[in-house]
Design a protein around this ligand. Structure first.
Ligand code: HEC
Ligand code: HEC
Length: 433
């Protein structure tokens, strides 16, 4: 069995640029230009030795150098998306005028404590650094200490001035361990930032009209709609973890891509505003930003890094192992969970997807259209379950706030007839994964 999957970068040469879009929402309108495609660099180090379980294969750990390169890209690469966040949305102006560190932390931005020099650490501790001044935010950006934001700070008229701002993957898919203070600590890459309110941040842009701002402001913490600026529909998704995906060849909740690189290209171009192209005939999305390609050559390393991120095990002592063992029997037995949540990653994703009618999480909240209907596959992927303890709320739309709510929903929708005690054990099992 050959478990090697070519990355999207290897398989798909860049689409022919046409510079046209069907709709031109403001967010991307300014970025539409033709592109000259560069050569596609592919360092394929994901060659696999395989473990065949239920159609899944755990790829061998990718090459360490490629992973290290991918880590830098994941954390610090904007793919040139300053074109969107600076030139179009003008968020650098907003930050300089009004976003002090206290405000930044309140919208869920995180600070990397390892990037802070001792004098700054001391200043924060003893209160001599003013956390109510936007100048402090600029100082933190200059230190490259704000997770997922890349600021360019230049001296203008003797003053540190923020001239460019861009975002990286870490904005949504990293958080910190709060070891220094709430929102300030060591990076946890791959953990979804469920405190982040991306909609509220984008809505600060002076370039958006009131109707668009209202949509962004409606999403709330930990959610983002990665299709709104393409299809104009409003149905925010929970920001998912970017860990625990090794061996899964259906990426995103609707399984749109066969590998992570597919979706990374999508997000990098269409959402972050990075320079490059993305084209998907199944949804009609076709976007080109800039005249250069700052994404394609980075996809193999970026994917390798994500494949190296394992789901975090539950903290020691966080669950009762006897109850978890009882729950496991229900999962495989009367709960019928393992009919879909099977194999190493607890998903049948590599074998099949599921129609919306199978879903415990539909209809969507707030009358939103089925998320699957907006996707390339029009179906859902059975979610992998490792690390569940870490990332409430659950389901693609966050409709279940807790694992208790997940189990109760299945019990009701699928008429499983589980007793209260069975459901409690099943929840403990889910927390043990
Ligand atoms: C503004 C927030 C945001 C940014 C920035 C962002 N993502 Fe995501 N990401 C999301 C959301 C929301 C989804 C869920 C999409 C879905 O299921 O349809 C997602 C899905 C994913 C998935 C799929 C996870 C799975 O379970 O299959 C991966 C992997 C991922 N993102 C990696 C990245 C990488 C790498 C970058 C940088 C190129 C990035 N994301 C940038 C919000 C973001
Ligand atoms: C018919 C197939 C199927 C069965 C049976 C099934 N699931 Fe699921 N499960 C899915 C799909 C598909 C999703 C993704 C739903 C979504 O994102 O909205 C999912 C999502 C979940 C999630 C949310 C994961 C996350 O990251 O948010 C949990 C937890 C879960 N299932 C547990 C269970 C349990 C417990 C059972 C048994 C009581 C069960 N499932 C039975 C298909 C199934």
């Amino acid at each position: 069995m050959n478990c090697f999957r070519t990355s999207e970068a290897a398989r798909t040469p860049g689409p022919t640029p046409d510079g046209q879009s069907r709709r031109m929402p403001r967010l991307r309108a300014a970025l539409r230009t033709t592109v000259a495609f560069g050569t596609i660099g592919v360092t394929a180090a994901l060659v696999a030795s395989c473990v065949g379980v239920a159609g899944q294969s755990e790829n061998a750990m990718p090459d360490a150098a490629l992973v290290a390169q991918g880590k830098q890209i994941f954390r610090f690469d904007t793919f040139g998306d300053e074109s969107l966040w600076t030139d179009t949305l003008r968020l650098h102006e907003v930050i300089a005028a009004a976003v002090d560190p206290t405000t930044a932390l309140s919208v869920g931005l995180k600070v990397d404590a390892d990037a802070l020099p001792p004098a700054v650490v001391q200043g924060i501790r003893n209160g001599s650094i003013n956390l109510k001044s936007p100048d402090t935010t600029i100082a933190l950006l200059k230190l490259n200490a704000v997770v997922g934001l890349q600021g360019k700070v230049e001296t203008i008229g003797g003053k540190d001035t923020l001239t460019h701002i861009g975002v990286t993957c870490a904005l949504c898919h990293s958080t910190v361990d709060d070891s220094f203070a709430p929102g300030i600590g060591k990076r946890l890459d791959g953990w979804a930032n469920r405190d982040l309110n991306p909609g509220a941040i984008i809505a600060l842009s002076p370039a958006l009209n009131a109707t668009t701002k209202a949509v962004y402001n409606s999403w709330g913490k930990g959610k983002y709609d990665p299709r709104f600026n393409q299809d104009g529909k409003n149905g925010p998704q929970v920001i998912p973890p970017a860990y625990g995906l090794n061996g899964i060849h259906r990426i995103t909740s609707t399984g749109d891509g066969e590998d992570i690189a597919y979706w990374n290209r999508y997000v990098g171009v269409t959402q972050m505003g990075g320079h490059g192209s993305f084209s998907e005939p199944r949804t009609g999305v076709k976007v080109t930003n800039g005249t250069d390609d700052l994404i394609t050559s980075k996809l193999p390393a970026l994917q390798a890094y994500q494949l190296s991120l394992k789901a975090p095990p539950p903290p020691a002592g966080s669950f009762d192992s006897v109850a978890a063992a009882r729950g496991q029997r229900i999962f495989a037995g009367s709960g019928t969970c393992s009919t879909c949540h099977s194999g190493i990653q607890m998903t049948d994703a590599n074998a099949r997807l599921h129609p919306a009618s199978d879903e415990a999480s539909e209809p969507e909240p707030n009358g939103a259209p089925s998320y699957s209907s907006r996707s390339a596959t029009k179906q859902y992927r059975t979610a992998p379950l490792h690390g569940l303890w870490q990332h409430a709320p659950y389901f693609h739309n966050g409709s279940a706030p807790t694992l208790e709510a997940v189990v109760l929903t299945y019990n009701t929708r699928k008429s499983l007839g589980l007793s209260k005690a069975d459901m409690a054990d099943l929840v403990v099992y889910l927390k043990s994964l």
